[in-house]
Design a protein around this ligand. Sequence first.
Ligand SMILES: Nc1nc2c(ncn2[C@@H]2O[C@H](COP(=O)(O)OP(=O)(O)OP(=O)(O)O)[C@@H](O)[C@H]2O)c(=O)[nH]1
Ligand SMILES: [Mg+2]
Length: 386
Amino acid sequence: MPTNLPAEAQKALAKYQVARTLQDKIKALEEALSLIPDHKGTEKLRAHIKRRIAELKREAERRSTSKSVRKDFFTISKEGEAQVVVIGAANSGKSSLLRMVTNAKPLVAPYQFSTDRPFPGMMLYEDVEIQLVELPAILTENLEETQFTNRSLGLVKNADGVIILLDGLNNPVQQLEKIVQLLDEAGISIKPRRGEIILEKKDSGGVRIVNFGSFTGTYKEIEEVLKNVGIRNVVVKIYGESSIEELEESIIRETVYKKALIVLNKIDAASPSEVNRVREVAGSLGVPFISISTERGEGLDILKREVFKSLQLIRVYTQKDGVVSHKPIVLNKDATVRDLAERIHKDLARKMKYARVWGKSVKLQGQQVGPDHILQDRDVVEIYSS
Ligand SMILES: Nc1nc2c(ncn2[C@@H]2O[C@H](COP(=O)(O)OP(=O)(O)OP(=O)(O)O)[C@@H](O)[C@H]2O)c(=O)[nH]1
Ligand SMILES: [Mg+2]
């Protein structure tokens, strides 16, 4: 953020920090935008502000429509180990996909909006249950927004992962670009994040910086930027590889990062050169890409595996008196033996003395480990407690 912003613009950004309602936030940001001169040095900040305004306007719209619709229609409670939503343009084959890989039987039809409410189904990947939820189309066949766009995007925020399902017969590159833009305007990023700065505002204590990663600028710059927008008491937590850009982003926007998979459907009829172009765009976003045909059943096993992989989960099997459980306990990647013990029983983590582990995370099979030992997919663990 340029440190030499006009005083009036700084004031408007400070106003944004304390604004309570959506309308006040939009007003403050619009005011700031009109006061920030447009040149190279302010380009990124202006872009962040514009996106945040779009995001707030969407949120306002979503709130006004969801009042008139019965809420329970549009919420799906999570079941299984994770919830993955399937989004896309009308007729891209979302219902067809659910029919092929889950136990659900939504209506498949050649006309658009045949699905007009979220539709859940359970997918079994090996021994893990993952819930897939088809969301009503966020784009029409002409790639324009639909009556469902805002509400469907609202559900993406709450999910553990998202499948972007593209219709291979309907300008898939353009579809992908529009969907990424819609997500972005809803404050959702599917790009793997490089770094992140979290701001925890306080009532006193000044600016405190805690660095868990690396920062490409100076702490003085951070303090300057925060002062400019009227944030005086805050704990700044730096993760990963962060720069002033991540700081700006956290001041202006509240981006949520979602694990995503880009899936192109209808490869039985799509043009191979177009498939390759989508692959390239997905690659440039850093998001995994696969192509499938729900009609011919092609690529569906790969899809299941990639969904599981993208969620970054591990399965751990507990052993008791030499007997290994059939059902895994599913944990986040990098989970420790302590996390496993806590999941089994609150007291077990406290009472645990040591564990024995078989699998990829140990050199010696049956190795004795402590609570901080990091587990890997398919480990078998026996916990010994006092
Ligand atoms: N050629 C081809 N057609 C497909 C494939 N998958 C789905 N379709 C066709 O695409 C049309 C739409 O399929 P749906 O599964 O209903 O699509 P949807 O995304 O759920 O549509 P809405 O819920 O209306 O947004 C149907 O006519 C399907 O037969 C495929 O792999 N190849
Ligand atoms: Mg459908």
